[in-house]
Structure formats: structure tokens, C-alpha cells
Write a protein that binds this ligand. Structure first.
Ligand SMILES: [Zn+2]
Length: 456
């Protein structure tokens, strides 16, 4: 089969919401026609109508595949947590077609050759496309930015010290100047390293309090009175990590302006950081973009879980949603951070997020009436494509045929131990047992089916 016709779906991207049909051939979208009229005539637009497979998608929504600006596949070095293959499967299951992988692997991805290796291996696996980011300093040494000068943005569109931040403002300025010169976007993990270090003992105290109870399942205790000592320690950590994010966001915005470097602020989580970004965007349009994670949109610090940046207050959560609605925040990115249960129990930060991202966002933002599906599509597809400079993220003729079929009304329960349906090696989701609304039924990469949800 060289072509596929999706018939009778509700077509939704950032600009469209209409019933219709989509024809793809040889990996690209050939035609998109709204209305029932299109169904009869669209096939005649195919180069080889006889080889076009027809999918009756009545009742489903067809959207462009999601594009994740921020994921960790742990490969090389930590492949017991995730590798390029398991990460690719989880991404396709979550409806993602393109991802940016962070560089905190072992060895650290510090130059274009290492990035190209991962990109090529993911392409060989064939389920998604991945751009491997490189670190801002060699091996995260905080000093040597020389590899940035040699980057080709078509191969490495993003550089980031994600997982930590370049401590020295002088070195960060140099990194931004080099990236501006090369045309590479700098993605910032805005966290002051010393304030983060000061928060660590408080997190360790929280873990000890949990261990005393013989229960290290973060999330199981929310709301219970026994939980008070854990809460107190997590709150003390959160206070320091709030300052860590706010001060580093202000620093990085100032450096980005000085270097005239296109800069992306990763996983914004505080009201103050959203406001700082809003001010900078008003003053210097086009310089700064930013992302928020599904978990910061859905959860607050009432849920005891360790993640960087930490879960914040309801006031922060509302500020993040307001930032999405007024355009201050461009994109939703998962910060997919798979860990083993043992690492999680000893305090490893982060969540496995690819497979719940769409449903969490749909449940929190669309089902509640805060936005429509078109805007969610902009946040998960069109805007991240724009930030990466990719001709993707929309249902438009000529673009790669990367799309998903979803059932926005289907409810499902998050069961990370279900090996048939949960494909990431990281089962560390804070949404375990939650009922979510919005299900990815099938994912297509360049017109080829790469994931379909198994029937029960
Ligand atoms: Zn980060």
C-alpha cells in the first residue's frame, strides 16, 4: 500500500474543526477535504487510487501527531530505564510523531556526531522521528562550549543543559552567543544549582518519613493526616526550588536578550516565571518561547511526588493555564523521565509521561471547557513544530503524513503495570489508577500505521 484514505473523521488541527477526509500517499498528505462531498472525489486525487487503503474513521478525531520538545530516552547509559526502542514505542502509543531528546545520557550527548547517532537509530526503528539535543557544555562540565560552534541546526536544532543548568552566567552567555550564531535554539532548565542543592536534604527527609511508614509509593498518601511530616519537608524543598526557578529564569531571559539568542524556557512551573516570560515577550517579540508539562497543568503539591521543577500551588497551576490561553506559553512538552521503581524510591525526580500526555491535557483543559481541541492541537503540534522550524504539526497538503486518530470522549484508567498497553519501561506515573478522558487509537508515521491500541 502506498496510500491511505482516512474517511469520515472529525478533522482537527490548530485552524480546522470539520468532518471530512484526508488522503496521504508516499508519506505525505495529498489532500484534505471537508464535508461529505469530499469523500467521493478525494480518491481521484491519488496518483495510484488502486493502491490506496481506506480507513473508515467515523466517530474518531483525526489530528496531526504531537511534537514533544522535551523527552528523556536514557540511551546510551541508562537503558534499564528506557532505550531508543522502548521510548519510540511509548511515544507512538502516546500519539507523538516527533520528539527532542535531552542530552543527560551516559556519556552525555555533547557533540553533533553523538546526536546524529541517536537520530539515525531512532529513524531506523521507524516509529517516530527524534532530534537529539546536545549539551551546552562538554560532558556538562559547566565550562567548555566549543562544540556548539560546529552544530548544523538541521541535524541538531536544540542545545540544552537539561537536568541541571549552566551555573556560570559568563559561560551561559558564551553558549547562547555560539548557539545564536549557529542558528540553534537554547532550551533552558531554569534552576539555580546551589538553591537546588539546598532543597535536597528536605526531599531526603520526605523520603525517610515515607520509608518509616514502610510506604514509598509517592501518591498513595495524598490527603491523609500521616502525611503531614512528608508534606512539611516537600513544602520546604518547594520554597527553595521556587527561588531556584524564578532567579534562573530572570537570569536566562537577561542573557538571551544580551546574546540575541532564540531561547526556549523548559517546564515553566511558577506564576513568577510565567510573568517574567510574558514581560520579555512583550518587549522582545520572537526571542523567547516556552513550554509547560501536563503534570504541572494537572497536579499541585497536594500530590506527594518528586519531580523537577516540583509540583506547585493551585495559584501557580491557574497561572500556567492562563499563560496557555493568552499565548505566553507556546507548547505542552512531556519532560518524559522514565525511572525504575528502585530509583524512584530513592528520590529520582520525574515522571514517565508520553502515554498519558494527551489524555491528561484533554481531561484538564478541554473536558473542563478551558479550551477547545483546536487550541490543544496548536499547543501539542503546530507551535512545537514552529519552534523547531519544521513543516509539520498541521493537516495540510504537502506536509508529512504524521497523524493520530483519537477518541476524545473515551475514558480509560492509567495502568502502568499493564505490559500490553503501557509501553514505556518507566512505570513512574503520578496518574496511576486515575480515570482520564481522551484515548489515542492509532498513530501514523508518514502514512504508515505505527501504533494501534490493542483491543481488551
Ligand atoms: Zn529539565
Amino acid at each position: 500500500m502506498s496510500g491511505i484514505l482516512i474517511r469520515g473523521a472529525r478533522l482537527v488541527d490548530a485552524r480546522t474543526d470539520a468532518r471530512g477526509s484526508l488522503l496521504a500517499e508516499d508519506g505525505r498528505i495529498v489532500a484534505v477535504l471537508a464535508g461529505a462531498d469530499g469523500e467521493a472525489s478525494i480518491l481521484s486525487l491519488a496518483r495510484d487510487p488502486a493502491s490506496v487503503e481506506t480507513v473508515d474513521a467515523r466517530g474518531a478525531v483525526l489530528m496531526p501527531s504531537f511534537i514533544d520538545l522535551h523527552a528523556h530516552f536514557r540511551d546510551p547509559g541508562f537503558t534499564h530505564k528506557e532505550d531508543l526502542e522502548s521510548g519510540s514505542r511509548a511515544a507512538a502509543a502516546g500519539g507523538f510523531g516527533t520528539l527532542v531528546l535531552m542530552a543527560n545520557t551516559d556519556p552525555v550527548c555533547s557533540d553533533q556526531a553523538a546526536a546524529e547517532r541517536n537520530r539515525a537509530r531512532v529513524a531506523e526503528i521507524g516509529l517516530v522521528d527524534a532530534f537529539q539535543a546536545v549539551s551546552l557544555t562538554r560532558d556538562f562540565d559547566g565550562r567548555d562550549t566549543s562544540a556548539l560552534a560546529e552544530l548544523d541546526p538541521a541535524v541538531v536544532p536544540v542545545a540544552s543543559e537539561d537536568g541541571r543548568e549552566v551555573a556560570s552566567a559568563r559561560v551561559m552567555l558564551e553558549a547562547m552567543e555560539r548557539c545564536a550564531q549557529a542558528g540553534v535554539l537554547v532550551s533552558c532548565h531554569c534552576e539555580d544549582p546551589e538553591l537546588a542543592l539546598a532543597a535536597k536534604p528536605h526531599r531526603e527527609a520526605a523520603l525517610r518519613a515515607l520509608a518509616l511508614r514502610g510506604d514509598n509509593r509517592f501518591g498513595a498518601l495524598a490527603g491523609s493526616a500521616d502525611f503531614e511530616p512528608v508534606r512539611a519537608s516537600l513544602d520546604a524543598a518547594e520554597r527553595l526550588l521556587r527561588l531556584a526557578e524564578n532567579t534562573m529564569t530572570e537570569r536566562n531571559l537577561a542573557l538571551a536578550a544580551a546574546a540575541a539568542c532564540p531561547t526556549h524556557i523548559a517546564h515553566v512551573s511558577t506564576r513568577e516565571a510565567v510573568e517574567a516570560i510574558r514581560r520579555t515577550r512583550a518587549r522582545l517579540p520572537g526571542l523567547v518561547s516556552c513550554e509547560v508539562t501536563p503534570h504541572h497543568l494537572a497536579l499541585t503539591s497536594l500530590v506527594p511526588a518528586i519531580v523537577n521543577p516540583p509540583l506547585r500551588s493551585e495559584d501557580d497551576r491557574q497561572a500556567l493555564i492562563a499563560g496557555l490561553l493568552d499565548g505566553t506559553i507556546d507548547a505542552i512538552a512531556t519532560d518524559h523521565a522514565p525511572h525504575t521503581a528502585e530509583d524512584k524510591a530513592s528520590g529520582a525526580p520525574g515522571f514517565s509521561g508520553l502515554e498519558t500526555a494527551f489524555a491528561v491535557c484533554h481531561s484538564v483543559l478541554v473536558k473542563t471547557g478551558r479550551m477547545d481541541l483546536r487550541r490543544l492541537s496548536a499547543l501539542m503540534s503546530e507551535n512545537p513544530a514552529r519552534i523547531l522550524g519544521l513543516a509539520r504539526g498541521a493537516l495540510s497538503p504537502g506536509l508529512d503524513a504524521d497523524f493520530v486518530l483519537v477518541d476524545p470522549d473515551a475514558e480509560w484508567t492509567v495502568e502502568p503495570m499493564d505490559g500490553k498497553r503501557w509501553l514505556s519501561r518507566g512505570r513512574n506515573t503520578p496518574f496511576v489508577g486515575e480515570r482520564l478522558t481522551g484515548l489515542v487509537l492509532a498513530t501514523y508515521k508518514r502514512g504508515r500505521l505505527v501504533h494501534s491500541r490493542p483491543l481488551s
